[in-house]
Design a protein around this ligand. Structure first.
Ligand SMILES: O=P(O)(O)OC[C@H]1O[C@H](OP(=O)(O)OP(=O)(O)O)[C@H](O)[C@@H]1O
Ligand code: HPA
Length: 183
């Protein structure tokens, strides 16, 4: 981690900037192979997926387009509210389009389940999911994820797009937040 970035606020760094970058390149290579002859639409889930989208899309060698949805279920806390709200919808029609949803994290899996059923009803040609991080609860749920960067422990993490109350998205590494920040 760049240790000039808020060192006292993390209890533990899980993945450094370099480790995250290397894994994003590996996933991009896999996606290049899987979508070799297809016109791919990457759907980033705002706000958290901005960093993943920027890195993944620039590591791809195939043609792709990007669109964005904004959904929210966490408000300003560390627990899912259980209610997913669409704050911004796609700008494009995805009927007959190969769609890859790009997420920063799948935690309870609630956001993704909602998104998948919402996007599926629009009849894309195919619909898959890529996430940078996934927690155990989601891994146990029947949420199918084609590309996973890292399976991580069930702790609240920040950095690489992941926030606590809007902060820490700009940390280049990913780590667990010190309880003193939110208790
Ligand atoms: O699997 P879940 O428990 O549903 O959690 C995952 C979702 O939570 C975060 O979004 P959030 O609602 O915090 O909005 P943000 O991306 O703007 O931070 C994250 O970006 C995922 O979209
Ligand atoms: O661990 C997390 N950190 C930040 N945002 C999140 N949204 C779901 N889980 C998390």
């Amino acid at each position: 981690m760049d240790d000039t970035q808020l060192p006292g606020d993390l209890t533990r760094v899980l993945y450094s900037k370099e480790e995250v970058a290397a894994r994003m390149r590996e996933l991009a290579a896999q996606i290049d192979e899987d979508y070799a002859d297809q016109d791919l639409l990457l759907v980033g889930v705002l706000n958290g997926a901005v960093m993943v989208m920027a890195d993944l899309s620039r590591a791809l060698r195939i043609h792709c387009r990007m669109d964005w949805m904004a959904v929210s279920s966490y408000g300003s806390g560390t627990q899912s509210s259980g209610v997913v709200r669409i704050l911004k919808d796609l700008s494009t029609d995805i009927t007959g389009v190969h769609v890859l949803v790009v997420e920063d994290i799948i935690d309870t899996g609630l956001t993704l389940s909602y998104l998948i059923s919402n996007l599926r009803s629009r009849n894309p040609a195919s619909l898959k999911v890529m996430t940078a991080f996934r927690k155990p609860e989601a891994a146990q749920n029947a949420v199918e994820v084609a590309y996973v960067g890292f399976d991580i422990p069930n702790e609240f993490v920040v950095g690489y797009g992941l926030d606590y109350d809007g902060h820490y998205r700009n940390l280049t590494s990913v780590g667990t937040l010190s309880p003193h920040v939110y208790s």
